[in-house]
Design a protein around this ligand. Structure first.
Ligand SMILES: [Zn+2]
Length: 483
């Protein structure tokens, strides 16, 4: 798994330290036994199909889901499995609506991060129910949400629901790693199949629990851009017994010291502004006051200083760049001919990776240092991409109004909070393709029990079934149905 997608969707960006007194225990989902069994069967089937990049196949999973949809009454022409090779298949299915509005695209990935049997207590590719949890690789990231989507599509089809717009489901390959990202491939090769007014990404957002109590319903409405930069200083070198003032290692050390002292400008966007406005109402004391303070115009200086000292808030209010690797020299008794460092940046939406490269050059202010861009594939380039992605927008009412309605039914008192993730998911491809993308799912995970990409990954049985019911209600309400 490349660093670029580390901690993608399910890594919770928020970690509140408060207990929310307003929130009550969620109303239990009223799932009929048939739907319950169906959703469990699909979940189990997906967990037990190995979809890792090393030895697995998303095609096997895509075909299994396609078969279920066809068995449920989807016509042949509305279900396709396609991809760049045998092992990296993607599944795209469609429910036709009346055409009153442009389609909605639902995305989720079928692949999972590697898992070693020897690291786990149970077999990661066996679906096991134990102590109120479902265990297996992908139970948090994100076969649970893929199973929820498939169950929802089958339910809607079986009851003959006619939405006011087409509903498109794309379950894809290589979000976690690999060379055949399915969302990217579909956008480049079959855009017509997935063209939509907006995208709902099940790999992000979700309900944060603390000790079983729901705190917030997070909607990912923006992501930072990822960028690696390589700094290099060169020198003629020579014998270390005769050092001159110029030294490649000193140049790099000076540059990194300047970077350490530099703070990128404070900047809010509609998403982070709404995030702080809502979160300030959940926090108490100084933190709440600081959050309100930075929303003033101009922001209160002290409030800004306080929040900048807390990494998760600092990462929300500015671009960050940090040294992550360092190397230099070739012998203990020789002057270094080369020294280099990697600087990793997480860039606010609305700025390009080239713009940040130019900014780094100014910060280092040293003609002896070259600043190159390093691609996801590890290639070193003289310049960086100019693309900025789509700037974040306020949550569209057509997305958020039905959402708030269903959240109020299923998690009474829990606020819907828009968040910007410091990581990256497949939303980066859809956003760059000018499709507004929101990370929404109804699976509740305790903030102390985030096990995505880790060992003994699990999801609470109740959370899962509640998520099944949530998505069904939400999709219906989104597309012209009644709650
Ligand atoms: Zn994921």
């Amino acid at each position: 798994m490349p660093l670029v997608v580390a901690g993608a969707g399910r890594l919770r960006f928020l970690a509140f330290s408060l207990l929310l007194s307003l929130a009550t225990v969620p109303t239990l989902a009223q799932l009929d036994p048939q739907t319950k069994q169906l959703s469990r069967d699909i979940f189990q089937q997906l967990i037990e199909i190995n979809t890792t990049d090393s030895v697995g196949s998303t095609t096997v999973a895509a075909n299994a889901i396609a078969k279920r949809l066809l068995d449920a009454g989807f016509p042949n022409q509305d279900v396709v499995v396609l991809g760049p090779n045998d092992r990296k298949g993607n599944m795209v299915a469609r429910i036709h609506g009346t055409g009153a509005a442009k389609p909605i695209l639902f995305i989720g990935h079928l692949d999972v991060v590697e898992a070693l049997r020897s690291d786990w207590t149970t077999d990661p590719f066996k679906f096991i129910e134990k102590d109120g949890y479902f265990y297996g690789r992908g139970t948090q990231d994100m076969k649970e949400s893929a199973a929820v989507l498939v169950t929802t599509f089958i339910r809607l089809k079986k009851e003959g629901f006619r939405p006011d717009r087409d509903l498109i489901l794309a379950l894809t390959a290589d979000e976690e790693g690999g060379k055949s990202n399915g969302v990217n491939w579909l956008l480049k090769n079959h855009r017509d199949l997935i063209e939509a007014a907006f995208v709902l990404n099940s790999d992000a957002g979700g309900v944060d629990l603390e000790h079983g109590k729901p705190l917030t319903f997070n909607v990912e409405a923006s992501e930072k851009l990822y960028g690696d930069y390589q700094l290099t200083a060169t020198n003629a070198g020579g014998h270390s017994s005769l050092p001159g003032p110029d030294n490649a290692i000193y140049h790099i050390a000076d540059a990194l010291t300047r970077l350490q002292a530099y703070t990128f400008p404070f900047e809010l966007n509609p998403v982070t502004r709404a995030y702080f406005a809502r979160t300030s109402m959940l926090e108490s004391g100084g933190t709440a006051a600081d959050m309100k303070g930075i929303l003033e115009n101009p922001p209160a200086t002290e409030a800004l200083a306080h929040l900048s000292a807390i990494p998760k808030y600092n990462a929300t209010i500015r671009t960050t760049c940090v040294a992550t690797r360092l190397s230099g020299g070739h012998a203990n008794n020789a002057l270094p001919q080369t020294a280099s460092a990697n600087v990793n940046c997480r860039i606010l939406p609305g700025h390009s990776r080239e713009e940040i490269r130019q900014q780094l050059i100014q910060i280092f202010n040293d003609p002896k240092i070259t600043v190159c861009y390093v691609t996801d594939a590890g290639e070193v380039k003289d310049t960086a991409p100019e693309s900025k992605g789509v700037p974040p927008t306020e949550l569209q009412p057509e997305v958020v109004q039905p959402l708030e309605k269903v959240v109020a039914q299923m998690w009474p008192g829990v606020p819907v909070v828009p968040v910007m993730e410091a990581g990256a998911s497949d939303a980066k491809y859809t956003s760059e393709a000018a499709l507004p993308t929101y990370g929404i799912n109804g699976i509740a995970i305790d903030i102390d029990d985030v096990r995505a990409h880790g060992k003994d990954e699990r999801v609470a049985v109740d959370s899962y079934y509640h998520g099944v019911e949530f998505y069904y209600r939400y999709v219906k309400l989104l597309s012209g149905g009644k709650s």
